[in-house]
Write a protein that binds this ligand. Structure first.
Ligand code: GCU
Length: 749
């Protein structure tokens, strides 16, 4: 300022120029965007839209004070002031007022006798009414948190340019517990994290609470997420130590106004490692007493603590089987400790053992199905969407529909461990909808996964959907702009599984980038197509788990030397001279019989959809597919179709440059270029490998891979992202004779 003043004196500039100079320094150009504000940007709408909405949102009327109500009021004043480009403050009832509250907090709302009964604690009603002779909009709910959810919904209507003059919107969540699992480690790294370090700065808590925690909580609440677990499922026992519980308590205080309860991942051996007991056997009274004491202590500090996530007897984690107890025995001892406080155990079903020669896809079902009915009612068996591990496409896990007496939670993965990680644009709600809409046929037609999860199929009161978070401390939170859509979409779907992936994409694009129909109409199809693209260029026709070792970055279909047989790609694709694919029909591992009979028949028989073919069948290379082509030709076609889709995505995005700011456009443009290059790598490496079995020529018009298999095998990524502490074995397959540039170990250009 001082500098400017001197400048103006020296040059004797006119006052108006001086003011303009200051303003230009203060003003942040509307185009400066880096993604930090997510879908809650609240940038000024165009003037014509402002003129339309301003009279309909003049003031915010909120009676009574409570943390969630205050958060709602703050969000509305912030959002409306930004969008309408004028200060919208708290004020009296006037025309255009937005009146918020519950019948308890607000006599104005109570006086309206609104039909709130069916909306539960979290639902909301947004209605245009006349109040004291003024046309107003009310946002009403039974609970304060419903008012906050309704406020976000009202803002969303404006952000996506919906009409708001005659509103009558009632909404309540389909699923009660809508939870993100952060796989963050206490040292700040993130298991399978591709967006920087953990947002949780444990070192500085509780004395310094980073403002980002509240920003994240606002974003979570804006899509209805109401719980987060804070740490990696492969848990660090320190998480339960008193010094950390103090920090967790401070974090819970920040999150509470936004309706978010905290959960922790725990290690089953904590009674031994932390409690210095001789055993963690769930049948031991000392162990039972230990869990009770621990849990009571947590609730003294965090009265609304959510509960625990447990990964037991899985990938080296301790568990009840170490003591010859069942998974239910293990879950119940912890559930009993939580029960008096209203806490929940999320007991993960992701179990498989290198000592069990059974098809890995069958192991979780085999272990859990016989325990149906033995879990306490505050236990969820948290089950991944498919029986292997978050692949680009899996048939739905056979546990859905097969555990009628158990609360089942669906676990999906937002962080794209097996789907190209940060730089591949893959819009995940398409995948999740495929899972949710899948008909398990467990109780006849209409037994969709949605109905298993929301509890309606078996009459369960409780319901949960869980997502493995993709959030980190990158400026844009998720590493890539389009990965924000997965965070947004997860919450929206868990709230309302009837929403389509297209609707969610439209909303998100409108709030995040632009509502211009030319933009939306081009980018929605791009997002929708992105999921099939990744399936095509990585794992077409039911192939799965062909990723490189450890970091899972890039192709490794040839890997056959891991000590655990069921983690080797060759285990999953079973390629040989005859054909390709895992025979899981009754002549093979018989995994098909874990599904309800009509589905079992479909999967084992000739009518199986192509997309699941190689998951369940070992198919001859020259097998005639539904298309009339051979399996080999069809495979190559899919790989190339995947690359074509990515090229199309790039063309679409190139044409979107005029619609959005340069910073976000350029980043995505660069990422799409990486995606195309890596899609090509996947395609070429896979074809080069599989043709050593098929010995078939490339179909007409499809180019052979430019390098030989040795080249692709030699590509070496020492530090793939997302695997803290993991280094690939040094130069395992490096050929003796790299090309003349010494380049044989690079991803091809
Ligand atoms: C995958 C992932 C691990 C993770 C595990 C789990 O195997 O690669 O990093 O710990 O899933 O879900 O427990």
């Amino acid at each position: 300022m001082e500098g400017l003043a001197r400048w103006s004196m020296r040059k004797k500039a006119p006052a108006c120029l001086f003011v303009a100079a200051i303003l230009s320094l203060l003003a942040v150009p509307a185009s400066a965007e880096d993604g930090y504000d997510l879908w809650l940007r609240y940038r000024p709408m165009e003037a014509s839209a402002q003129a339309q909405y301003r009279p309909l949102a003049t003031t915010v009327v909120s009676q009574g004070a409570a943390p969630s109500l205050d958060a709602a009021k703050a969000e509305l004043t912030r959002g409306l002031s930004g969008l309408l480009d004028k200060p919208v403050r708290s004020g009296p009832v006037t025309d255009g007022a937005v009146v918020i509250g519950t019948p308890v907090s607000s006599p104005l709302i109570a006086g309206l006798n609104l039909p709130l009964n069916s909306l539960g604690k979290e639902g909301y009603l947004i209605r245009s009414v006349s109040l004291d002779g003024h046309a107003v909009t009310v946002i009403a709910a039974n609970g304060d948190i419903g008012v906050l959810y309704g406020s976000f919904a009202f803002l969303r209507l404006i952000q996506t340019h919906q009409a708001i003059a005659h509103l009558d919107v009632a909404s309540a969540p389909r699923v009660k517990l809508r939870i993100l699992n952060h796989w963050d480690n206490l040292d700040g790294t993130i298991e399978r994290g591709y967006a920087g370090h953990s947002v949780f700065d444990w070192q500085k808590m509780p004395y310094y609470m980073d403002p980002r925690y509240a920003v994240m909580a606002r974003a979570d609440a804006s899509v209805g997420i109401n719980g987060i677990s804070l740490n990696n499922v492969s848990a660090d026992v320190w998480m339960l130590a008193p010094m950390y519980i103090g920090k967790v308590s401070a974090l819970a205080d920040v999150l509470r106004p936004y309706g978010i309860r905290v959960y922790l991942s725990i290690k089953f051996s904590a009674p031994v490692e932390l409690g210095k007991l001789k055993t963690a056997d769930p049948a031991d009274p000392a162990v039972q007493a230990w869990w009770k004491k621990e849990v009571d202590g947590i609730y003294r500090r965090i009265p609304d603590f959510g509960g625990f996530v447990v990964k037991a007897n899985s990938e080296g984690q301790p568990g009840p089987r170490d003591y010859n107890r069942t998974q239910a025995d293990g879950a119940n001892v912890i559930a009993d400790a939580l029960k008096p406080h209203g806490g929940t155990v999320f007991w993960r079903a992701f179990v498989y053992s290198e000592k069990d020669p059974t098809d890995r896809a069958k192991q979780a079902y085999n272990e859990f199905k016989p325990l149906d009915g033995q879990f306490r009612d505050n236990v969820f068996v948290q089950t991944k969407n498919g029986a292997i591990d978050f692949q680009p496409r899996e048939p739905t896990h056979p546990m859905f529909g097969a555990m009628p007496k158990t609360n089942l939670a669906l676990e999906v993965q937002l962080t794209k461990e097996y789907l190209g990680q940060t730089t591949h644009l893959v819009y995940l709600p398409v995948l999740w909808k495929e899972v949710l809409d899948w008909d398990t046929m467990a109780k006849g037609k209409g037994s969709t996964v949605t109905r298993v999860i929301d509890g309606s199929l078996e009459g369960h009161d409780n319901s949960a959907m869980v997502g493995v978070s993709n959030i980190g401390d990158d400026r844009n939170w998720t590493g890539a702009q389009f990965s924000q859509a997965d965070w947004y979409g997860f919450g929206r779907l868990a709230w309302d599984m009837n929403l389509s992936a297209e609707e969610i994409a439209r909303e998100w694009l409108g709030m995040t980038f632009s509502n211009d129909p030319a933009f939306i109409n081009a980018v929605v199809p791009m997002m929708i197509a992105s999921r099939e693209a990744v399936v095509d260029y990585m794992t077409p026709l039911g192939l799965h788990h062909l990723m490189a070792t450890g970091h899972h970055y890039g192709p490794g279909p040839w890997v056959d030397d891991l000590p655990r047989p069921e983690q080797n790609p060759v285990y999953f694709h079973q390629a040989d001279a005859k054909g390709l694919g895992f025979d899981r029909t009754p002549t093979g591992s018989d995994a098909t019989s874990q599904y309800a009979p009509p589905i079992a028949r479909l999967f084992a028989g000739p009518d199986i959809p192509d997309r699941y073919l190689l998951w369940f069948h070992h198919v001859a290379w020259d097998h005639k597919m539904k298309s009339g082509r051979t399996l080999w030709d069809e495979l190559v076609l899919h790989y190339d179709r995947g690359i074509d889709s990515v090229r199309q995505m790039r063309r679409t995005w190139d044409a979107m440059k005029p619609f959005i700011d340069a910073e976000r456009w350029s980043q995505e443009s660069a990422f799409l270029a990486i995606q195309e290059k890596e899609a090509q790598w996947w395609r070429d490496a896979s074809i080069a490998y599989f043709e050593t079995f098929s010995h078939m020529p490339m179909p007409d018009g499809h180019a052979p891979p430019p390098h030989d298999l040795a080249y692709y095998k030699a590509i070496y990524i020492p530090y793939g992202p997302g695997r803290p502490g993991y280094t690939a074995a040094p130069f395992r397959n490096l050929p003796k004779d790299p090309d003349e540039n010494g380049n044989a170990v690079q991803i091809p250009e």
